[in-house]
Design a protein around this ligand. Structure first.
Ligand SMILES: [Zn+2]
Length: 384
């Protein structure tokens, strides 16, 4: 393809949108859910297994990959696509969020952040220029600007100075980014939950100009109601013709609510992490597969699901594998959970194209049983 990564908006239904992201490694229908491949692998899944779920795009983490195996090494080995046998598009984060949440001693200044690796205590530094260079070595189709994810809660003054720092770093990220056909750089809107700051951030980013726009600084403990309230005014500030990405979100209900508000792209560790802790996302809601009630249940995790775990195995078997700490348990459950999130976004997309999004969203939510335990904060434990 000629020119940078691009986006075609195909349909709108209320605030919800269906589109296609065009990248160097293929097209991606939106709304899209990207499984998280933290350290060069979607945990417990082969690349073929990830593909079989319908996933078209995955995420890699700059922080993890720069520490191990190292960005330059990944580049020498042919890039992340080749290394992990994932030939579809890859989005990488900037490393900023995980430096703040995972690393040991760290010191931020106007130029960047110096930190200690959580693996061996070694000292490293990330600046906008270095983050962009690392993402170039990784061969990310979508590179994210280096920014500071404003902690929540923040006063308006704290949120303003944090956002303005991120906007200066966004300009430096744009300057450092090396354009290639089918590749793009996304800006990240900050400003916490303050409307005037979100507007100032959106203006600063659109003035610089990016191939896509992320809404940052949400899903950090503010709760779903406050997140939706912030999206209500934040999303319309972003350019209509460009893709919008809500970072680190979320539960099925979060995703449906954000799609309704005009978000196109999502990533979250929920399906993979839950797969390793015995939780299944299903058309009836969340199930704890460790629960004793599954011990004699020969039915599928989700009778409506067509994944390997559901077509070939019973709840009883999955429960046994998880209780016995067999590797196959988390593998099958992760497979199922990712398939569930892919089915969810595919249903939303089909409904948008047919102008029946609200009815579809209501039909999906109506089947959830209210017995599910509350979901832990979606951005915690991004390493696991
Ligand atoms: Zn399944």
């Amino acid at each position: 393809m000629n020119g940078p990564l691009s986006f075609t908006l195909q349909a709108r239904d209320g605030g919800a949108r269906a589109g296609t992201l065009h990248t160097a490694h293929g097209d991606v229908p939106t709304p899209v859910f990207m499984p998280v491949g933290t350290a060069g692998t979607v945990k417990a899944m082969t690349a073929d297994a990830v593909r079989s779920t319908g996933a078209r795009m995955v995420l890699g983490n700059t922080y993890h990959l720069m520490l191990r195996p190292g960005a330059e090494r990944v580049g020498r080995l042919g890039g992340l696509h080749k290394l992990m046998d994932w030939h579809g598009p890859i989005l990488t984060d900037s490393g900023g969020f995980q430096v703040m949440s995972l690393s040991g001693l760290r010191k931020m200044d106007a130029d960047g952040v110096t930190f200690q690796s959580h693996i061996d205590g070694s000292k490293h530094r990330l600046t906008p220029e270095r983050s962009i260079e690392i993402q170039h070595h990784l061969d990310a189709d979508v590179t994210m600007c280096f920014d500071e994810c404003t902690p929540f809660p923040a006063t308006e003054e704290q949120a303003a100075s944090s956002m303005r720092l991120s906007m200066r770093w966004a300009a430096r990220s744009r300057e450092a980014f090396r354009p290639r056909d089918g590749y793009g750089l996304f800006g990240i809107q900050q400003g916490s939950t303050f409307e005037s700051l979100r507007a100032e951030s959106a203006r600063a980013l659109t003035e610089i100009g990016f191939e896509g726009y992320a809404i940052g600084g949400l899903a950090v403990g503010e709760g779903q109601q406050e997140m939706f309230r912030t999206l209500d005014f934040s999303v319309p500030m972003l350019p209509q013709e460009k893709p919008r990405y809500l970072m680190g979100v979320g539960t099925p209900a979060d995703i449906i609510g954000a799609v309704a508000r005009g978000v196109d792209m999502f990533d979250c560790v929920i399906p993979t992490r839950s797969g390793r802790t015995g939780r299944a996302y299903t058309s009836r809601g969340v199930m704890n597969m460790r629960n004793a009630r599954h011990a004699d249940d020969a039915s599928a995790i989700d009778p409506e699901c067509d994944c390997l775990a559901c077509v070939r195995h019973s709840r009883a078997y999955i429960q046994h594998l998880i209780r016995a700490e067999e590797m196959l348990g988390p593998m099958l459950l992760t497979w199922h959970n990712i398939r569930y999130f892919q089915t969810l976004t595919a249903r939303l997309r089909a409904a948008i194209l047919e102008n029946r999004f609200d009815a579809e969203a209501a039909a999906i939510a109506a089947k959830w049983e209210t017995t599910a335990p509350p979901e832990p904060p979606s951005k915690e434990e991004t390493t696991s």
